[in-house]
Each structure stands twice: as structure tokens, then as C-alpha cells.
Ligand binder design. Structure first.
Ligand code: HEM
Ligand code: FES
Length: 442
């Protein structure tokens, strides 16, 4: 019998070719088996669309779109070359390009569900954040420095929006606007996500002042206003230049709430609609104000947001993630050294390149923190991870060892940033992750 050759899968973006021996495995599984990072938030269930690829060549060697794919492709108006890697099976050579590269890009996918040319009313939380002290900084520094700082600013303030399932709507001068719930979701979750983003922004700007801006003699402050209501969302504008737009009274009100911070000398103000949408006793509130906003003939109640009442695991993890994974390779090698010292038998399970494996692990840890704001995807993703670990030969008793080694590595890498509350949050999160994965272990 002539030997049947395994089809070659070419990853054009990274110019890598792999032999695809298991024809029952999807193209997503092919990436995982070959240690090629490939985001797959819903664990290959055809729901999240993060595993999407563009098929550059060899289309006829793939199965036709599955029903799940047909549905997402219809809603998102995909051309036939875009496929979900988790739904694709190759019987011959194919060239593909992965289309989602970072966890923070995932939220932008929500915008694809927004109608073209018309606006649809959707309940959303709207966050306006204004940078105070920027004029002084701009007048005292070269335009080169100002552009650099502004970019850093947009990054550190944008991240808390993205990691909380929000989308960055606009930058207007020294203002950044985030939206939560543009593609649906429960109002209590969308409002809580916006609140967490605001608290994360506050923390991020404090770190920026203390670390990166320490030589610039400025102390930047934020004014944040959050409102919840039904606004019109769509891709609107000139037929040749349509852009994503959100309009309506709740948006204008959010902007005015933000400005009102200046009058009453607060940092974060939330409307009563936000306050009432999050579960009772969740938020620590300072003063409460009643104010008639411009254009309204009624009073709006505003609350000064101070913090969450109890530790919010997601907020804690989000604030430490970048710092923790600032040197991913060092984190991974320290972690695996510990695992192989405590469980020498585990070493034999690792068949592939340990450096790439380390990067997959840290990538996954980051992905877990991001997908905590999409819990339905997280659970499905962990199911796939648990099942694949069963195939790697991982046993139930390996999990406590790995958990212990992860916690030791996290504590050491956090260094002076480490504190009992932060460690408690990481422990709780990783216990949830490992116990979910362990359900699939023998
Ligand atoms: C917090 C829990 C864990 C996370 C987040 C995690 C994450 C990962 C990731 C992302 C991969 C890459 C392949 C894939 O996505 O399937 C992987 C592979 C692997 N993991 Fe884990 N893992 C965890 C726990 C464990 C445990 C308890 C063991 C047991 C020693 C283990 C052993 C392995 C092995 C043997 C591989 C395959 C390596 C290879 O192909 O050479 N992992 N893990
Ligand atoms: S749609 Fe493929 S992993 Fe979610």
C-alpha cells in the first residue's frame, strides 16, 4: 500500500508549515497540537468566533461551513474565505492566517453585530473618562514627550475597558469613552463591568503617576462618569465613510456626569440607574448628589463611587496581570522548574518544546483573566483544556502540585507588589480553573 502523506497546513502570518496527521482533528486542534498560539475562547464550540481564520489557499480541501459557522458568518457578513478553525477539517493542503492575535482584540468582535446604515436601540453602560492635569503636562513638555505620554495614557486607560468586555468608542482630546454591553448581556453585568473598568482606570493612572511620570513633575487625575440607558447604536455616516456611532440622551448624560465631578470634587460618579443595576450592597459609595443635568427638566441622582465593598477577584487579577507576565519566559521557566522538582514524573508528559509551551501557558493565563468577563466562554474553554490534559496523561493528583507551584511563582514574581488580598484572589481564581479542568481528569 502506498504511504498516505499527511496534508501540510501553512500558517501564512508566521510562515510555518506543519504536517496534519490526525484528519479527525480540526484546524484549531492542529494549532494546539503544534504549539501554535491560537485564541479559542469558547473551547472550540463555534460560539465565540475568536479562532477565525482566513483561508488563503486550499479552500476545496476543507469541509463546507457547519451550521454554527453559517449562522455566525450570516450575522457578521463574512466572505467565504473566513472560517472558524474549530469547525474546519482538512483533507488536503491548506494555507491559513489566524485573524485574532491578542486577547484585547476579542472585544472588538462585538462591533460586528452592530447594524449598518441604521441605528438600533440597545441598553448599554457608557463611561466617560477625562484626564485632568494634561494641559499643564502638554505646556511644559516637548510635543514628542506629550505624544508618548498620551499614547501610554490611552493604553493604560484603554486596557481596563477591554479586559472588562467593553469597547473603546472614542478618544476625544484628553477624553476616552468606553461602552459596555453593545452586543447584549445582562444589565447588572454590563454596569458592574463598567464600574470595574472605572476602578481599574483609577488604579492604572496612580501607577502611571508613581512610576512612568515621576520625572515629569505632574500628577494626572481622572474624572469618570458612568450612566446606563437605552442608546442608539449603528454604523452611520456618509455612504463611503460609515463609522460606529452611539447617540442618545444616556450618552450626553454620561458626559455631563463626568463633568460634574469637577463641581463636586469627586473622581468617579455613577448615575442612580447604574447604582440600581448592580446587585445590592456591591458598591462602596461616598456622597450622593441630586442635580438637574443640562437639557433635562428632572433631577438626576448621582453617587460617588469609592470601591467595591468586598474584594473583586477580577479587579485584583486585572491590576496585577501585566506586571506578573512582564517577562513571560522567566515566569514559565521558574514555574516549570518548580513543577519538575516537586513532581519529577510530570516531566515525561511534556513532549514538545518547553519554551513554546511556557508561552502557551502564560498566554492562557492572560486569556483566562480576559475571558472571566465572558464566563460562559471561560467554562467551555476550560472543558477543552481539561480534556486535552487528560490526553496528555495528566492525572488528578498533578493539579494540586501545579496550583502550588503557580502560586509560589506568582508570589515571587509579584515581589513587592504582592499582598495577601492579591494572592487570595489569584488562589481563588486558579482553584476554580484547576477544579474545572480536573473534572475531566481520570
Ligand atoms: C492552571 C492549570 C493549567 C493550565 C492553565 C494549563 C495550560 C496549558 C496550555 C495552554 C497548554 C498548551 C496546549 C493546550 O492548550 O492544550 C498546556 C499543555 C500541557 N500541560 Fe498544562 N495547564 C494546566 C495544568 C497542567 C497540569 C496540572 C499538568 C500536569 C503536569 C499539565 C501538563 C501539561 C502537558 C503535559 C501539556 C502538553 C505539553 C506538550 O505537548 O509538550 N498542565 N497546558
Ligand atoms: S468559535 Fe472556535 S473556539 Fe470559539
Amino acid at each position: 500500500m502506498p504511504e498516505v502523506k499527511a496534508p501540510i497546513i501553512t500558517y501564512t502570518g508566521i510562515n510555518q508549515q506543519v504536517e496534519h496527521h490526525d484528519l479527525d482533528a480540526s484546524l484549531l486542534e492542529c494549532s494546539i497540537m503544534n504549539q501554535i498560539p491560537h485564541i479559542h475562547e469558547c473551547g472550540g464550540n463555534g460560539l465565540c468566533t475568536t479562532c477565525r481564520i482566513r483561508v488563503m489557499d486550499g479552500h476545496s480541501n476543507l469541509n463546507p461551513r457547519t451550521l454554527k459557522e453559517q449562522e455566525v458568518a450570516r450575522v457578521r457578513k463574512w466572505d467565504p474565505s473566513i472560517r472558524l478553525a474549530c469547525q474546519c477539517y482538512a483533507k488536503g493542503p491548506v494555507s491559513i492566517q489566524r485573524l485574532v492575535w491578542t486577547n484585547s482584540e476579542v472585544n472588538r468582535l462585538q462591533l460586528e453585530t452592530i447594524p449598518e446604515g441604521v441605528a438600533e436601540e440597545r441598553p448599554i453602560a457608557i463611561l466617560f473618562c477625562d484626564i485632568r492635569g494634561f494641559t499643564k503636562l502638554a505646556s511644559e513638555n516637548s510635543s514628542f514627550d506629550v505624544a508618548h505620554i498620551l499614547n501610554r495614557f490611552y493604553t493604560v486607560l484603554g486596557d481596563p475597558i477591554l479586559v472588562n468586555n467593553g469597547v473603546i468608542y472614542q478618544y476625544v482630546g484628553d477624553e476616552i469613552i468606553g461602552l459596555f454591553g453593545v452586543s447584549g448581556g445582562m444589565k447588572h453585568k454590563n454596569c458592574k463591568d463598567a464600574v470595574r473598568a472605572a476602578l481599574g482606570m483609577q488604579y492604572a493612572v496612580e501607577r502611571l503617576n508613581h512610576i512612568e511620570l515621576v520625572d515629569f513633575n505632574v500628577n494626572l487625575k481622572l474624572g469618570i462618569g458612568i450612566n446606563f440607558g437605552r442608546a442608539y447604536i449603528g454604523h452611520l455616516g456618509h455612504p463611503k465613510h460609515k463609522q460606529f456611532a452611539v447617540v442618545g440622551d444616556p450618552v450626553n448624560t454620561a458626559s455631563r456626569i463626568q463633568s460634574f465631578n469637577k463641581e463636586v470634587k469627586t473622581n468617579i460618579l455613577i448615575s442612580d440607574s447604574v447604582f440600581k443595576s448592580v446587585p445590592l450592597n456591591t458598591l462602596k459609595i461616598g456622597r450622593t448628589f441630586t442635580n438637574q443635568m443640562a437639557g433635562h427638566d428632572y433631577d438626576t441622582v448621582l453617587h460617588e463611587l469609592l470601591s467595591f465593598k468586598e474584594m473583586d477577584i477580577q479587579l485584583e487579577l486585572q491590576q496585577s496581570l501585566d506586571y506578573l507576565l512582564r517577562n513571560e519566559d522567566a515566569f514559565a521557566s521558574k514555574f516549570y522548574d518548580k513543577v519538575f522538582t516537586k513532581a519529577p514524573d510530570a516531566k515525561a508528559l511534556f513532549k514538545n518544546n518547553m519554551a513554546s509551551q511556557g508561552r502557551l501557558l502564560t498566554h492562557m493565563l492572560g486569556g483566562i483573566v480576559y475571558s472571566m468577563s465572558r464566563p460562559e466562554h471561560l467554562t467551555l474553554g476550560l472543558k477543552l483544556l481539561g480534556e486535552s490534559h487528560l490526553r496528555y496523561g495528566v492525572h488528578e493528583e498533578h493539579y494540586p502540585v501545579v496550583l502550588e507551584c503557580l502560586m509560589e511563582t506568582i508570589k515571587e514574581e509579584l515581589g513587592s507588589m504582592s499582598n495577601p488580598q492579591l494572592l487570595k484572589a489569584w488562589k481563588q481564581a486558579l482553584e476554580t480553573v484547576t477544579s474545572e479542568m480536573k473534572r475531566y481528569a481520570k
